[in-house]
Design a protein around this ligand. Structure first.
Ligand code: 8DG
Ligand code: CA
Ligand code: CA
Length: 328
């Protein structure tokens, strides 16, 4: 999974508030491992990012959903002094800074980062001297640390999409392939490439044996064509590759390929298109109307509903259909 991201500065007049809220959110997740506070800060940031006018006081902000007295106070402090004491302290704390840095390595989560920092491993250089403490995924994350921090331009993803579709079609024209994530939402650049594939011979009721060969065959082809150069994990239908970026030479990119059973394909597409927050809101709406919605099923009264398109899902739960580009 890529690290959750900041609301962008495009059309956001409250961008500076969002920035400090996200920094606080990341601190809560990475250093304190407090997901509750992490979500609270993120929700506040998302609310402010969507708010059309510039916030002028904490009091004004507190009227909005997800912003309580504590965050309102921080907004006032920021408006008055241009900074936050709490953040200044966090930034001065070496261990917090180190934990935040290490969690930027793909495969290193907050708990692992803490463990490393406790062992006095606090920088990328330190990691390179302590490879024995890292697993396969983390080693790849370290090897490509700089590359993985670079965003992938839309045109590059488009080229990779065409390439993958052509190669897989040659392998077996019955595969269906959709590139989801921020790319499907129309973003100009993405953190990674999220590819969903399905095949008519694979249903959720089937065992996992069939699944593994359907995915393996795809990976083998993409490996032989040098698109995939390294694999993080195969068992977990999740791995990565590197590819050539023609303009900049060779940059490693993360590629998530997931094989989804045919009967769950549209639920998978909906989920992996996101955004994260859009999914959360849609799931909450589903729950309020007696449905359970996740990446695998839509159920009403415990019974799965048959889905044949993305629109079906919106229809069933009575949620207004949104184009992928409207799900940001
Ligand atoms: P990016 O890669 O450009 O940074 O953005 P993204 O494509 O939106 O994010 P992603 O991390 O690649 O995840 C793809 C989609 O998966 C995301 O848009 C929505 C869905 N998703 C959730 N929750 C989570 C989560 O906690 N982790 C991950 N990896 N994906 C999630 O709804
Ligand atoms: Ca993505
Ligand atoms: Ca991803």
């Amino acid at each position: 999974m890529s690290k959750r991201k900041t609301p962008s500065s495009e059309n956001n007049t409250n961008y500076d508030f969002c920035e400090f809220l996200i920094e606080l959110a990341n601190y809560e997740r990475n250093v304190n491992r407090n997901i509750y506070k992490y979500n609270a800060y993120r929700n506040a940031a998302n609310t402010l990012a969507a708010y059309p006018t510039r916030i002028k006081s904490g009091e004004e902000a507190q009227k909005l959903k997800g912003i309580g007295a504590k965050i309102a106070k921080k907004i006032d402090e920021f408006l008055q002094t241009g900074k936050l004491q709490k953040l200044e302290k966090i930034r001065e704390d070496d261990d917090s800074t180190a934990i935040n840095l290490l969690t930027r390595v793909s495969g290193i989560g907050p708990a692992k980062a803490k463990e490393l920092v406790d062992a006095n491993i606090k920088s990328i250089e330190d990691l390179k001297k302590n490879k024995g403490k890292l697993n396969h995924h983390q080693l790849i994350g370290l090897k490509y640390f700089e590359d993985f921090e670079k965003k992938i331009p839309r045109e590059e993803i488009k080229r990779i999409e065409d390439f993958i579709k052509t190669e897989i079609d040659e392998l077996d024209s019955e595969y269906k392939i959709t590139v989801c994530g921020s790319y499907r939402r129309g973003k100009a650049e993405s953190g990674d490439i999220d590819v969903l594939i399905t095949h008519p011979s694979y249903n959720s009721k089937d065992g996992s044996k069939k699944k593994s060969h359907l995915l393996k065959n795809v990976v083998e082809v993409l490996k032989s064509k040098k698109l995939i150069t390294e694999t993080i994990s195969l068992g977990d239908v999740k791995f990565m590759k590197t590819c050539k970026n023609h303009s900049e030479g060779c940059v490693a990119r993360r590629l998530d390929i997931r094989l989804i059973p045919q009967d769950q394909y549209y639920l998978g597409i909906l989920y992996f298109t996101g955004s994260d927050l859009f999914n959360k809101n849609m799931r909450a709406h589903a729950l309020e109307h007696g449905f359970t919605l996740n990446e695998y099923t839509l159920r009403v009264a415990g019974e799965p509903v048959k889905i044949t398109s993305e629109e079906d899902i919106f229809d069933y739960i009575g949620y207004p259909y949104k184009q992928p580009s409207e799900r940001n």
